[in-house]
Design a protein around this ligand. Structure first.
Ligand SMILES: Cc1cc2nc3c(=O)[nH]c(=O)nc-3n(C[C@H](O)[C@H](O)[C@H](O)COP(=O)(O)OP(=O)(O)OC[C@H]3O[C@@H](n4cnc5c(N)ncnc54)[C@H](O)[C@@H]3O)c2cc1C
Length: 375
């Protein structure tokens, strides 16, 4: 550590805050994570756990796709380190994504996505309905086309959160759960402390990893606050039966299905603008189930385990916001939107290097907080 660091406070115990906290304590820093509720129980818990840079890349977001690809490549290192520190570490499931289409519209969309990925030299292949069913026999006879992306992966994000919390505490990290940070105290352009309803905690570095609530902290001047809003996503968990086993991620333009190592199948997800309202709704659940049934009729018989909604932290430009702000010692790691599980390893390793070694990673250049300064 080049700068003297006494105490690092992290606001938010989701996958991003936990990951940063764990890697910081691993490197000898003194860290407390402040969490307003229970550690890891917001968006990071609800997520589908897809690590799918190739299925998710959009035409405008090549830099984000490369960031996701690099982050996915770092998962083996992260899981090895986690296994050194604790038990019950999830496996990285390199299952690939099969995008399926049921009509001409879907097929044309898949062809367009295929061409774009080929231009980027990604491993991708259009398949017929029959070939898609050879890979995933439970696909409906109505599926007429598919796009196979072998390099996507997934992980049990809930198991990962539990393992990271254990590792963080085992390595000496402090968790203050049910402790909402109300304010970050700043004096002379530098952070001094974080303030909850009950107490003031001195901190010479503060990391804001508060997900979709990152804009709600008093003390940080308005123009310096990360421009983040919540985007609601509903997801349904079902129990896999012997008759309904999928090999990997199945996506259509309307939903995705992800088989998990704990014997469940997750079906997601909506994208809704409902403010901070996290209640699942009947209509959205009905639509998700119908879309999934259209692709994989066997889900009809599956027992339902859970219906839940989470709030994705969505930035103004839908890109993450990572790095030191213009206030000395105040770092942001937020706005990971639909990709926080996938983007976690690179976010964590790059930001921890920046905090402890003052090394600014080129990977973070497109995602720094300063890009909003001129607006
Ligand atoms: C339905 C759905 C499906 C998704 N699927 C995927 C997927 O398949 N793959 C993928 O990569 N991503 C996925 N995502 C996105 C992913 O979940 C998020 O990008 C990621 O979880 C963000 O992590 P986070 O730690 O920033 O936020 P969160 O997990 O929301 O954590 C932020 C934490 O900060 C705490 N907090 C907030 N304010 C304060 C405060 N003032 N004081 C103390 N604590 C505070 C909160 O209580 C919360 O626990 C999905 C999201 C949803 C909703």
């Amino acid at each position: 550590m080049s700068k003297k660091t006494e105490h690092i406070a992290i606001i938010g115990g989701g996958i991003i805050g936990l990951g940063i906290g764990w890697q910081l304590v691993r490197r000898g820093a003194k860290v407390t994570i402040y969490e307003k509720g229970e550690i890891g129980k917001e968006a990071s818990w609800v997520a589908g756990g897809m690590l799918a840079p190739y299925a998710e890349v959009s035409f405008e977001e090549i830099k984000l796709m490369r960031f996701g690809e690099q982050s996915l490549n770092m998962y083996p290192r992260l899981l090895d380190e986690l296994s050194e520190d604790t038990e019950n570490v999830p496996v990285l499931d390199s299952c690939g994504t099969l995008m399926a289409g049921i009509d001409r519209d879907d097929t044309e969309k898949l062809k367009r996505l295929c061409e774009f990925r080929k231009e980027l030299k990604l491993d991708v292949k259009m398949v017929t309905g029959t070939e898609a069913r050879e890979r995933e026999p439970l696909l409906s006879p109505n599926v007429v086309s598919g796009l196979w992306l072998p390099d996507d992966a997934q992980i049990d994000n809930r198991k990962l959160l539990k393992a990271m919390k254990k590792a963080f505490e085992k390595m000496g990290g402090m968790v203050k759960d049910h402790t909402k940070v109300e304010e970050v105290e700043i004096k002379g352009e530098a952070v001094m402390s974080v303030i909850s309803e009950e107490e003031t905690y001195a901190a010479d570095r503060v990391v804001v990893a508060a997900g979709c609530w990152s804009q709600q902290l008093a003390g940080i001047p308005g123009q310096q606050l990360p421009p983040i809003r919540p985007e609601k996503g509903q997801i349904i968990t079902m129990e896999k039966t012997d008759d309904c086993q999928l090999k990997g991620i199945i996506r259509s333009p309307r939903m995705y299905l992800v088989p998990k190592e704990d014997g469940t199948l997750r079906l997601g997800a909506t994208a809704e603008e409902q403010g901070f309202d996290k209640r699942p709704t009947a209509g959205a659940q009905k639509e998700l189930l119908e879309h999934a049934w259209e692709m994989v009729p066997a889900i009809y018989e599956l027992p339902l385990v859970e219906t839940v909604a989470g709030l994705r932290p969505a930035g103004k430009d839908h890109r993450p916001i990572i790095g030191e702000s213009d206030i000395s010692g105040l770092y942001y790691a937020t706005g990971h939107y639909r990709h926080g599980i996938m983007l976690m390893p690179l976010t964590v390793y790059a930001l921890v290097d920046e905090i402890l070694d003052e090394e600014v990673s080129d990977w973070l250049a497109p995602f720094r907080p300063q890009r909003f300064n001129a607006n």
